[in-house]
Design a protein around this ligand. Structure first.
Ligand code: GCV
Length: 674
């Protein structure tokens, strides 16, 4: 049977599709990777496209208009080639989704965010930090000589969803990326991506002057250091004239930074910003900072960055993770989104599923990201949503709006490790183009372009995927629990795990004890993290009566018999919420089985195996957390819940030996009956 795309997005270009490897017709893509069918060339001078001779302000540099001309032909109009390309993809998408009739009305599309960027956490040695789709796509040792077809396929896929920038290497950056040798390799990728309106960026290692030039210091105020960066940036732009700029992780998790020299984040960011400014480059400076000594990691970004508000150059953007801790299945939005007024800010979402079951679990992430973007910070009253803040609308600085997603892409034949995880890559791009699109619309588009437009497939699978994020929250960390992960690769539960740092131990976050569970972040008895939120949120979160129950253990430490809105005790509420997660994960298997006839055997089987593991992991999570917490609560798991299949001792003895660059094989995990 002909199998259609794996990445709906990819549709865009042609009436083509991506397909799995293995039996069945080979795709026409050159890499043999799991990609497009058919010819992918977009004829740039096709008659249905017209470059405008007078600049149309409404469309800007990347937007397009589709309308009928006097001959009744639908024509794409744009100010730029990029706009025409995006318009073509749009038309193709409508065609693939069976929605060409939408072109009966005029269509105007303009991307919401100016910078729509993927972040790769790829290392020069081909490992990918928190990457669960094989090795890095970038084969550095072969470049610049050998060019793999995947590079252009990657560019096309991204262009079809509007991505216009990519940071090629890990934020834990190897200084070698800035050597002439590597820059020549980067140039090759930049040249391939350019026709697709995609700029390359690099993560830099702040100590590069010491590493690469043997300078005694990397102090951002040292004149030799400043000169070194200026010269290095000039060299980069001489090789890659449209280089986008840098992403920086500084003074975080052991990375070097300006604080090593008694300087501030602003000193460091501005030094780099000044170097790239003449070339139009930008600096994305991460706010992911925390120190072991702090009593509350969730507060530290605001504590460090708020005092620096207004001190950053206008080409610096502070890149903030969606939540205040670290990409947990559910966090409240990071309060830093509502705390800066004179500083550009952007959101960083994680597309790779570090904390959501790696590429073993099917979790459609758009609802999680949208929850963050739609959240109201109330910084300037109602309507100051995270989206509005990061679009620059709250403070009237829209010129530098940006959003980043840490990718889930590797050299795996299906690109993302799980056949359905490509939906998250797709969703990120579509969201960056238009944050108002609903989760429903995006998954509908992706499924239609990737599998079939048959409703009997699309409706149940969309429903399943739409439910998957909430199910993951329920079976991993319900009611605001967070960071109960095993230190081994952040896969599976490890509420008992110990580490070299207190804030790397789950007990720092769940605080389970005889008197109850949860992190007290209230104003009177806790860390007062609630006060980093504006009213009415501050009071809402502070008061246990009004705090939303899906975040209650994020903000409150509560007794095991605390009465929940359902009338149950907290203990029972935890048990039953886990149970819902387990039941939903089991249900995903039945849904998938019900659509078997619409999917080729290979993709069907791969997804089925992983859904089975996902449901087993759901029980594993419940067993581990509740058996561990039971030591403190002395309460029983209700008889009508699935009963534990392993003892606490067995689970504690289980060791998953994986690094931060791997996902576990399905047969290396604890066995469970479903
Ligand atoms: C790239 C978390 C991850 C790290 C990651 C870090 C970051 O701590 O576990 O692997 O490092 O976030 O975002 O910098």
């Amino acid at each position: 049977m002909t199998r259609k795309l794996t990445l709906g997005l990819f549709v865009a270009l042609l009436a083509m599709g991506m397909q799995s490897c293995g039996d069945g017709p080979r795709p026409a893509n050159k890499s043999g990777h799991d990609l497009w069918l058919g010819d992918i060339t977009v004829p740039v001078n096709a008659p249905y496209k017209e470059l405008l001779t007078q600049y149309d302000k409404e469309l800007g540099d990347e937007g397009f208009r589709i309308k009928h001309n006097d001959k009744g032909l639908a024509v794409i109009y744009a100010n730029t080639e990029a706009g025409l390309m995006y318009g073509t993809y749009h038309m193709k998408r409508l065609g693939e989704c069976g929605e060409l009739s939408k072109m009966n009305d005029e269509i105007v599309e303009v991307p919401a965010y100016k910078y729509r960027i993927l972040n790769h956490w790829d290392n020069p040695n081909l490992t990918v930090e928190r990457g669960y789709a094989g090795k890095s796509l970038w084969k550095w040792s072969e470049l610049p000589g050998k060019i793999r077809p995947e590079y252009e396929e990657y560019a096309r896929a991204n262009a079809s969803i509007g991505i216009n920038g990519t940071v090629l290497n890990n934020v834990n950056a190897d200084p070698c990326m800035l050597t002439r040798e590597y820059l020549e390799k980067v140039k090759v990728l930049a040249d391939i991506f350019r026709p697709y309106n995609i700029k390359v960026y690099l993560s830099l290692n702040f100590a590069a002057p010491k590493h690469l030039a043997n300078l005694k210091t990397s102090d951002p105020l040292d004149k030799d250091v400043i000169k070194w960066w200026n010269d290095k940036v000039a060299e980069i732009y001489s090789i890659i004239p449209d280089f986008g700029g840098f992403l920086v992780k500084a003074n975080s998790e052991g990375q070097s930074g300006p604080q090593d020299y008694g300087r501030t984040h602003a000193d460091g960011a501005n030094m780099i910003a000044d170097a790239v400014k003449p070339y139009g480059g930008i600096v994305m400076w991460r706010a992911f900072v925390y120190a072991a000594e702090s009593p509350d990691r969730a507060k530290q970004a605001v504590e460090e960055f708020k005092p620096l508000d207004g001190q950053f150059r206008d080409n610096v953007i502070i890149q903030i993770k969606n939540g205040p801790v670290d990409f947990q299945p559910r966090e409240p939005f990071s309060p830093l989104f509502g705390q800066l007024e004179h500083t550009n800010i952007m959101a960083e979402m994680q597309i790779t599923q570090e904390y959501l079951g790696h590429s073993n679990h099917m979790v459609y992430l758009h609802p999680m990201w949208k929850e963050c973007l739609d959240a109201d910070t109330y910084q300037k009253g109602k309507g100051s949503t995270v989206a509005a803040e990061t679009l620059g609308k709250v403070h009237g600085n829209t010129a530098m709006s940006a959003i980043a997603g840490v990718t889930n892409i590797g050299d795996s034949v299906n690109w993302c490790g799980h056949q359905l995880a490509q939906a998250n890559w797709y969703a990120f791009g579509r969201m960056a183009w238009n944050p108002d699109l609903s989760s429903e619309q995006i998954i509908d588009e992706w499924l239609k372009q990737t599998f079939t437009i048959n409703k009997k497939f699309v409706e149940p699978v969309a429903k399943m995927m739409l439910a998957s994020r909430e199910a993951c929250v329920k079976y991993e960390m319900p009611l605001g629990l967070h960071h109960c992960f095993s230190g081994a690769g952040h896969y599976g539960p490890g509420p008992w795990d110990r580490s070299s740092r207190p804030d790397w131990e789950p007990a720092y976050y769940h605080k389970a004890a005889a008197d109850g569970i949860g992190f007290d972040r209230t104003s009177k008895t806790g860390t007062d993290a609630v006060s980093q939120y504006h009213e009415p949120l501050r009071s809402l979160y502070d008061n246990v009566e009004t705090c939303p129950e899906n975040l209650i253990l994020w903000f409150h430490h509560l007794p095991w018999d605390f009465k929940m809105k359902s009338g149950r005790t907290l203990w029972n509420e935890l048990c039953y919420t886990f149970q819902e997660g387990i039941d939903e994960a089991r249900g995903f298997i039945y849904t998938w089985e019900s659509v078997e006839s619409f999917v080729d055997p290979q993709r069907y089987g791969q997804v089925h195996d992983k859904l089975v593991r996902q449901a087993k992991d759901a029980i594993w999570w419940r067993d581990a957390l509740m058996l561990y917490f039971q030591q403190y609560s002395n309460m029983e798991i209700p008889a009508d819940c699935t009963q534990p299949q392993h003892t606490l001792d067995e689970l504690r003895r289980f060791r998953l030996r994986i690094s931060n660059y791997e996902t576990p094989a399905l047969d290396k995990l604890p066995e469970y009956n479903l």
